[in-house]
Ligand binder design. Structure first.
Ligand SMILES: Nc1nc2c(ncn2[C@@H]2O[C@H](COP(=O)(O)OP(=O)(O)O)[C@@H](O)[C@H]2O)c(=O)[nH]1
Ligand SMILES: [Mg+2]
Length: 397
């Protein structure tokens, strides 16, 4: 800080001199009247002395339009405090123009912390505002559902059903509330039973969905289970709409498991191959595609599926994808008229609530969930209790 005295007949003139010397930023720290120097000074009019000051480095930078740039407030406050401290130490300076109190930053910091906490609480409260209407145990369960990303409308539907079904005493019992929630979830979502080989009929099951979700792995798991555990006659057909021959994976498996496998390159192939395997109990159709984003591919695939005339079309969704993505996939694959939802990679998923949202939204029954890469172990029938427990408690029964 630069400090200087200026003397002039009037305050206005003294100020003008100060501004000329110290610049427009200069401020007046003090003023006083003084006698003119010399022996006859007392005869002359008094003069005005002002003490002007200017910051060496301005704390606030100014834009040309004079608007303050706030910068980092905490940094500015810190700098201000440093300047004041430096001036205070300089005791030889006669002008005591201490305009600021000393700031206690630790106090400011803890206050900011408190404000932050309060904001968090408000956010939580707003997010779960509809939970206020529920008694404590149910509220906890409701918040749990919301945290699993179950849609609020659906979570409220579940919670309200619990409220209707249980007595006041039961509502205070956390375990009882949990049980009821699982029961209600299993009533709100549809579930399909796996086909049972019956010998008189050939069941045709097709698996569709984006590349990489786990269709081929799932087909291999089911083929192995039907063949090994149910002693069923199984055939595999790979629908290769783009002739990209991405079939080695399934072919290798088919060879090892001793299951016949064919590739359909056209919808005519598909019809012929399904007819060819009419002696089987189960025909599993895997689908291969290059770019599932292309709607032509889906339309092409639709022809294949149509000529296979399947009993079940399972739309395979990866449980690891976002809800938005799942909806997008569902909308694109709708033309294939899927009648089952199959969730893969449940073992890697974070938000299992999406399973519930999708099943509820599409009204399609859930068929299976897959829980890893091991053939045939990592697959489970989507039974109500399994799914409800998975979503609600994140445990695989
Ligand atoms: N973690 C996990 N990985 C899986 C699961 N199912 C399949 N995968 C893996 O996902 C990848 C793609 O699977 P694939 O069956 O080829 O998908 P497709 O393109 O739909 O046929 C492979 O590495 C699989 O091993 C699952 O349930 N969990
Ligand atoms: Mg595949």
């Amino acid at each position: 800080m630069k400090i200087k005295k200026f003397v002039a007949p009037t305050l206005k003139e003294a100020t003008e001199i100060m501004k000329r010397e110290l610049g427009e930023e200069a401020i007046i720290l003090g003023t006083r009247r003084i006698k003119q120097p010399g022996i006859f000074g007392f005869l002359k009019p008094e003069l005005i002395e002002i003490v002007g000051a200017v910051e060496d480095e301005k704390i606030f930078k100014h834009k040309s339009n004079g608007e303050d740039i706030p910068g980092n407030t905490v940094d500015l406050l810190k700098k201000m405090s440093k300047d004041i401290e430096a001036r205070r130490k300089n005791s030889s300076e006669e002008i005591d123009a201490e305009p600021f109190e000393k700031y206690d930053y630790s106090e400011i910091k803890s206050e900011i912390e408190e404000v932050k906490q309060a904001l968090n609480q408000i956010t939580e409260h707003l997010k779960y505002k509809s939970s206020i209407q529920y008694p404590a145990a149910l509220r906890k369960a409701f918040v749990n559902l919301i945290e699993k990303e179950v849609e609020e409308g659906l979570a409220n539907k579940i919670a309200r059903a619990v409220l209707t079904n249980l007595s006041g005493d039961e509502l205070r019992n956390e375990k009882r509330v949990e049980e009821e929630i699982i029961k209600i979830i299993s009533e709100l979502v549809k579930f399909s039973k796996p086909v049972k080989p019956v010998r008189r009929k050939t069941f045709v099951l097709a698996f569709v969905g984006p590349t990489g979700v786990g269709k081929t792995t799932t087909v291999a798991k089911l083929a192995a289970i039907y063949r090994l555990f149910e002693n069923a006659k199984v055939a595999l057909i790979s629908a290769d709409t783009y002739r990209i021959a991405a079939i080695e994976q399934l072919q290798t498996f088919a060879n090892i498991a001793n299951i016949p496998m064919d590739v359909a390159y056209t919808s005519e192939d598909m019809a012929r191959l399904v007819r060819k395997h009419q002696d089987k109990d189960i025909i599993l159709i895997d689908t291969v595609g290059r770019n599932q984003r292309q709607s032509e591919h889906i339309f092409e695939l639709a022809k294949f599926i149509k000529s296979a005339d399947p009993d079940e079309v399972h739309l395979v969704l990866s449980a690891t994808s976002s809800y938005k993505n799942m909806i997008d996939v569902y909308n694109r694959f709708k033309v294939l008229v899927p009648n089952r939802l199959l969730f893969s990679k449940v073992d890697e998923a974070i938000c299992l609530g999406y399973i519930l949202n999708m099943a509820y939204k599409t009204k399609l029954p859930l068929s299976y969930i897959t829980t890893g890469q091991n053939v045939p172990d990592d697959i489970a029938v989507a039974e109500p209790k399994v799914i409800a427990n998975l979503i609600y408690k994140e445990v695989l029964l």
